[in-house]
Write a protein that binds this ligand. Sequence first.
Ligand SMILES: C[S@@+](CC[C@H](N)C(=O)[O-])C[C@H]1O[C@@H](n2cnc3c(N)ncnc32)[C@H](O)[C@@H]1O
Length: 274
Amino acid sequence: MTKQKIKRTVLKHQLLTGEKATLKLEENDVFQFLKSLKPGSVDVLVTDPPYAGMNQYLKLGKGRIVGKYADKGKEDGKWFKEFADTEENYRTFLEACQRAINPETGHLYLMFDSYSMLSLAPLVREYFEVKNMITWDKVNIGMGHYFRRRHEFIIFATHGNTRKIRNRSFPDVWRFKRQHRAAWPTQKPVELFQAMIYASAEPGFTVCDPFMGSGSAAVAALLNECHFVGCDSSDQAYKLAVKRLTGFLNTGKDFVQPKSAAVAGEKIFWEEPL
Ligand SMILES: C[S@@+](CC[C@H](N)C(=O)[O-])C[C@H]1O[C@@H](n2cnc3c(N)ncnc32)[C@H](O)[C@@H]1O
């Protein structure tokens, strides 16, 4: 693997305690980035990897349906680099996460679509203690050929510790509207990451997303009074995330996700008590 040139931006935000917290955003490859972190320095790792499972396994008619983006003028005909859906690649990723996450406090939230779920998710148990499988109900239905897709999965695991989540009455089905015509392809709602971070982090904790895309998890970390470290190998994603977080810190507004993804009238975690 060739070494990727690293660009880095460090932003500061003030916690309610008056202390400063940092948001470190890098343009970097996931493996190079995770290796660069101090072992055990991450309290909560939340991430949404760019799986290639659907491309590999969902064969329709004569060929593949996804990845046909050439007409959209993207490099290699793809919006962004995919993450090879192989056991070897995923094991390397899980080992790198295991090294970076704090054994005493570490919680992990790994997102999966239905395709990579079947091939890769069972491996997670070999590295972490899987506690539950959360379903993200995207509320607004997406595309699909054999049933239209309206959900994704999130594996919740610990680094073998028994640290609890904030409130044991939180449910394992989360309803937040998917981001349609978003600034970044596959952009996830900030609320999805807020749910993970609110459940698992205390103020001052370090949250990590090594496939940060537009930086949705970084916004959620900021809203939960946490430090953030994250990277994306795409220059476009890195620049968008830096612009988004800088804008958010200066104005309190999120130009990448201007509207809430919460469903009107439905209770969300951080509006306790449940
Ligand atoms: C599913 S998207 C994440 C979207 C993000 N959660 C958001 O809300 O915007 C996956 C991201 O992984 C990035 N990526 C692909 N290969 C990578 C690699 N080897 N290292 C780091 N990032 C990578 C892509 O550029 C893409 O932005």
